[in-house]
Design a protein around this ligand. Structure first.
Ligand code: AMP
Ligand code: MG
Length: 353
């Protein structure tokens, strides 16, 4: 009996020691912070020894980007360009402008940062929403297009000038770029696993502590007011980015009609392509979150058929979850295994290859 009690004590000690060790286990320590930046609620979670340092470094980086890419802060490079100045931009901004130009080319102009004056005319820059006159939209459409952005290499850097009236808005890729930078920071701090949510932009870094995939809800656009209680489905993700663009994310109503924030650069009006949400998924490799963000906006504008053609032919590696206005969820073959439909949504489910 005495021996048995001794064994129990050893077991208890061993268990508590294991408990101690598991606290020091780099995978068990974790930190999570909530931040509001870029007009968006964000959550940064990281595991590992440097989890605290890494999430605060991510916050600092997001605040730096918020100021750097702002359209409303008077002396940001973007604001100065939009006022008509020639600006020798930092290499980082030039890299973003250049990749925005490339995504505009690739998507036939469905993603186009020069749509800025039209986004403003609808009031989305200042929250003073209005339906602009068609004559004003027609006038502003003249200022839209890659060919209105001019760049010249100089010994000091790349000097950028916009044609008169042309303005740029990096809102369609800013959060995607910020999620790319978050992944860079998690890599630098050797974070084994973590999760970052920047509004509709998600980074699933590594896997969950139990080795399973992170589970990310995809909002049902028809039940957006219910948040996590109104999902179209759940996506399982490991080491991946996912970015969702949806008309439900920002919109206003006027005279019984709803107008959302994603503008079709061909018409100058909120796109009306039959899609209510586009999620683009890609591996967590550098630059892929910016790609997902540009494509989520572009494919939302393109509509289902063109989006799927682009998925098949672009040569870029990504997968899609599309939600249509006629109540279907369409998932590309590479994501089908990772997606689970929420049957309470009532959507029909299709996979495509
Ligand atoms: P997202 O939420 O990533 O789809 O981006 C939408 C934001 O990008 C809008 O709030 C505008 O600031 C800007 N935007 C709207 N339409 C476009 C477009 N067709 N191409 C590029 N940016 C756009
Ligand atoms: Mg986007």
């Amino acid at each position: 009996m005495k021996r048995f009690a001794g064994l129990c004590l050893i077991c208890t000690l061993a268990l508590s020691l294991t408990g101690c060790f598991s606290v020091q286990d780099p995978n068990a320590a974790h930190e999570s912070i909530q931040v509001i930046a870029m007009d968006t609620p964000m959550v940064f979670t990281a595991y590992g020894e440097k989890s605290t340092k890494s999430v605060y470094a991510a916050e600092e980086e997001i605040r730096r980007l918020e100021a750097l890419l702002s359209r409303t802060e008077a002396d940001s490079a973007v604001s100065r360009l939009n006022l008509g100045e020639t600006v020798t931009v930092e290499p980082e901004i030039w890299a973003m402008l250049d990749s925005a130009r490339r995504y505009a080319d690739m998507t036939g102009g469905a993603f186009d940062i020069t749509v800025a004056p039209i986004v403003s005319a609808w009031g989305f820059t200042t929250d003073s929403f209005q339906v602009p006159e068609q004559a004003e939209i027609d006038r502003l459409l003249q200022t839209v297009g890659n060919d209105h952005i001019h760049a010249q290499e100089t010994p000091e850097g790349v000097a950028v000038t916009l044609d008169a009236g042309t303005q740029i808005d990096l809102g369609g890729i800013a959060k995607g770029y910020a999620a790319d930078r978050t992944a860079d920071i998690y890599r630098e701090y050797a974070i084994p696993r973590g999760l970052a949510r920047l509004g509709g932009n998600v980074l699933a870094w590594g896997d969950k502590p139990d080795g399973s995939a992170w589970r990310i809800g995809i909002q049902d656009p028809k039940r957006a007011d219910l948040g996590d209680s109104g999902l179209a489905g759940v996506l399982e993700m490991k080491n991946a980015f996912a970015v969702t663009s949806g008309g439900y994310q920002r919109f206003f109503e006027a005279e019984g009609k709803t107008y959302h924030h994603i503008i079709d650069p061909a018409t100058g009006a909120p796109s009306d392509s039959g899609l209510t949400s586009v999620t683009v998924i890609a591996s967590a490799d550098p630059g892929n979150s910016t790609m997902c963000d540009a494509l989520s906006t572009a494919l939302f504008v393109m509509g289902e058929e063109q989006a799927l053609d682009f998925w098949r032919s672009s040569g870029l590696e990504f997968e899609l979850v599309l939600i249509t206005a006629d109540d279907r969820v369409v998932v590309t073959s590479g994501a089908a295994e990772d997606f689970e439909l929420d049957t309470s949504s009532g959507y029909a489910y299709e996979t495509v290859s």
